[in-house]
Design a protein around this ligand. Structure first.
Ligand code: JFZ
Length: 442
């Protein structure tokens, strides 16, 4: 190609997707859960009756928030109703297959008893290790655990946004060691961890540390073979993030799909990816008042279907209250999504992109390694006629509702390899799934 390829010491070390079993498991998850929980949950976006209009987990950075107030609030963090087993059971019922849990957000408060700082759960009135309880409870339910970790740390005096002076560089050397120590500690204390979800890696200080970030990533993977780390961790030696100076993804999957979903398969550039999504428009930690639109269960199911149809996973965020309970809106969505998943998860788990031309009724997914394509139908046209057009060299053998196997739907052949499947044109309250068994041929 005409594109100049630079020789990079700290660029991507692999072109294309990982091919190992751990990554194949990740790719097949379909649906995940994100949890943001920490000191910010105590405020819920509010201070003295005034509401912060940014994301609730950022409230420490609000001009109205005295740092002294925020930084001593952990002395009130005592989640009397926290029950990790209940959390994990709710997630299991929802049908999620992985969870990403905030071990340390930007405020620097550690939900595990890190020995590298005093600002941890061990020094709260609650005292007990929360990360351990979450890791154990979810693992027991068969849900894979990923640890969210913010590199940016507002509590550590050695954190720097940029490295402008010798003193900055000296402080940041200490900070890098602190970060390496904490990550090592997490992987050693919670060996069931499947991967790390990094955040707060966008500042110049980190971008100027490309060599360190690369070495650290390789070290973590040596400590923990199979570990999965997305593209939001490191930088190359020119300070490029996500993709290196040659446009190649650095990381095991693309981590840039935050609160947005690709429109077409071309948009994902052949990479693994997942989309992390909030139920309100924005805000990850608990917010007492949800302003603006809240997504409905059907909207969430549609996003899940859309992501899986384009080869990604969909991850829905929950922001528990400081006492350890979930707000009713989140409980309802988890319950309703789970009820749907119970019937329809075949079209979500271990499914991939089909390569078939997208149709207006909804989304295709394909069972990896099988001759089975699913139609997840959201929009039935007034005619009741659903058009399908298989990829080249593929024929549809039979079609049936996922809920009625053995009761074949008739396929009406059209020109140019297309067919119609006719269904009733009215009365749907939820998306439904049609299974297409396929074979080679034209
Ligand atoms: C970050 C955090 O600041 C936020 O609090 C939350 O934890 C979220 C999951 O991650 O926010 C971001 C990070 C990256 C982008 C946008 C918001 N981005 O790349 O567009």
């Amino acid at each position: 190609s005409a594109q100049q390829t630079k020789v990079l010491q700290h660029g991507a070390h692999r072109v294309g997707k990982r091919t190992d079993a751990e990554m194949a498991t990740w790719r097949g998850y379909g649906l995940g859960q994100f949890i943001h929980w920490g000191v910010y949950s105590l405020f819920g976006g509010e201070l003295n009756g005034n509401y912060y209009n940014g994301a609730a987990e950022w409230i420490r950075s609000w001009k109205d928030m005295p740092h002294g107030v925020y930084d001593s609030a952990y002395k009130q963090f005592n989640p009397a109703s926290f029950n990790a087993t209940q959390w994990a059971k709710m997630a299991k019922q929802m049908g999620v297959r992985y969870v990403t849990f905030t071990t340390k957000h930007h405020d620097g408060f550690c939900l595990w008893p890190s020995k590298y700082t005093d600002y941890t759960i061990a020094n709260s009135p609650y005292k007990k290790d929360i990360v351990k309880q979450v890791v154990d409870a979810y693992s027991k339910e068969g849900i894979d655990v990923y640890l969210y970790f913010s590199v940016m740390d507002w509590h550590n005096p050695d954190w720097r946004y940029d490295l402008k002076t010798k003193e900055d560089s000296a402080a940041f050397e200490r900070f890098k060691l602190f970060t390496k120590n904490q990550l090592t500690e997490l992987l050693q204390q919670y060996p069931q961890t499947k991967g790390l979800w990094f955040d707060g890696t966008w500042d110049n200080s980190w971008k100027k540390s490309g060599a360190f970030t690369d070495t650290l990533e390789q070290y973590l993977k040596t400590l923990h073979p199979g570990l999965i780390i997305g593209s939001r961790f490191r930088a190359d030696e020119f300070g490029n993030r996500h993709v290196d100076a040659n446009g190649v993804l650095m990381g095991d999957y693309e981590q840039g799909w935050e609160r947005k979903i690709p429109k077409t398969y071309a948009d994902v550039h052949g990479n693994d990816w997942d989309c992390v999504m909030t139920i309100p428009e924005n805000g990850w930690g608990y917010q007492k008042k949800w302003l603006g639109h809240w997504k409905s269960t059907n909207e969430i199911l549609e996003m899940t279907a859309q992501c899986v149809s384009l080869g990604g996973n969909f991850v829905l965020n929950f922001g528990p209250r400081a006492d350890g309970t979930f707000r009713p809106e989140e409980v309802t969505i988890a319950k309703e999504a789970g009820d749907w998943m119970k019937i329809n998860s075949a079209a979500i788990y271990n499914c991939e992109y089909t390569g078939w031309e997208k149709q207006d009724w909804g989304y295709y997914t394909k069972k990896t390694g099988e001759n089975k394509v699913y139609m997840i139908v959201f929009n039935v046209p007034v005619s009741g006629s659903l058009k399908i057009k298989p990829a080249k060299n593929t024929l549809v053998d039979k079609a049936y509702l996922l809920t009625a196997p053995g009761k074949n739907l008739s396929l009406e052949k059209l020109d140019y390899g297309a067919s119609f499947i006719h269904v009733s044109s009215t009365g749907y309250k939820q998306p439904f799934v049609i299974v297409l068994e396929t074979k080679e041929g034209s």
